[in-house]
Design a protein around this ligand. Structure first.
Ligand SMILES: C[S@@+](CC[C@H](N)C(=O)[O-])C[C@H]1O[C@@H](n2cnc3c(N)ncnc32)[C@H](O)[C@@H]1O
Length: 241
């Protein structure tokens, strides 16, 4: 996850290098619906960003200087599109590995005539390493990341000390890292990692969690959690150095 390489694992492997990498996802190939496929074919040129293009210049991507929000693991993208529609004064970049989700997100964004959203279909760890310059993001959103319930799988969780430090470097000063989870043990681990990471200030008045901000629509995963009777924990930390 933290290898200092600007190659993808696939490129490195082709060159005969073996890099052990624990990923936070298992690639599910899932079939694309006709609508998702059409959205990807017709609108990738306008809305898609490619890992292979390397570091981005947000101003030229969006054609303006508005603050940039990065969302990692947007699932089917419904709540991301809703947020982008509700905040035209912001620019949104979504990163998701699940192709049908990326297709669904683009399809919904087109339907909703959302113009301030771009998406990557790629591992967010590599996007952060290779495509996002330092100190450019006003917000990073990580909503309901896969909790990897079993202890032996905790190493797959995307949130780690190294990850939150990478996020800090990508945030502008005063930029906010916002996480939410419905898995209490993951919330506790997130809080511990954030408290042990210099350069962040907790925005919680109680020094732990924050109430769900109005700006975060209910996500698909969250609604499922509610039905199952799960609690939800939101964390917001500001970059202070
Ligand atoms: C549990 S789902 C939550 C989806 C959405 N945020 C929601 O609340 O409905 C987690 C999502 O993160 C994506 N994901 C996991 N690891 C990722 C990574 N390294 N880069 C990009 N997406 C990732 C998964 O494909 C999945 O869609």
């Amino acid at each position: 996850m933290t290898e200092k390489t600007h190659k993808t694992i696939e490129q490195a492997e082709q060159e005969g290098k073996y890099i052990r990498k624990v990923r936070s996802f298992v690639k599910r190939e899932g079939r694309l619906t006709k609508g998702q496929e059409r959205a990807l074919t017709d609108h990738w040129q306008d809305m898609g960003l490619n890992h292979a293009d390397g570091l981005i210049d947000a101003k030229s991507v969006f054609g303006n200087d508005n603050p940039v929000v990065l969302e990692i693991g947007f699932g089917m993208g419904k709540s991301l599109v809703e947020m982008a529609k509700a905040a035209p004064e912001l620019n949104f970049i979504g990163v998701e590995v699940h192709k049908p989700g990326v297709g669904a997100c683009i399809s919904y964004a087109v339907e909703q005539e959302v113009k301030n959203l771009r998406v990557y279909e790629h591992d967010a760890i590599e996007i952060l390493a290779d495509c996002i310059p330092e100190k450019v993001l006003s917000t990073v959103q990580l909503f309901f990341p896969d909790p990897w319930h079993k202890k032996k799988h905790h190493k797959r969780r995307i949130v780690s000390l190294a990850f939150v430090e990478t996020i800090r470097q990508k945030l502008k000063l005063d930029g906010v890292f916002h996480m939410a989870t419905d898995w209490e043990n993951y919330a506790e681990c997130m809080l511990e990692d954030m408290q042990n990471s210099p350069g962040y200030e907790n925005l919680s008045q109680t020094n732990d969690y924050v109430p769900r901000p109005e700006s975060r629509p209910l996500t698909k995963f969250e609604s499922r959690g509610h039905r199952l009777g799960h609690g939800v924990w939101d964390l917001q930390f500001k970059r202070v150095s």
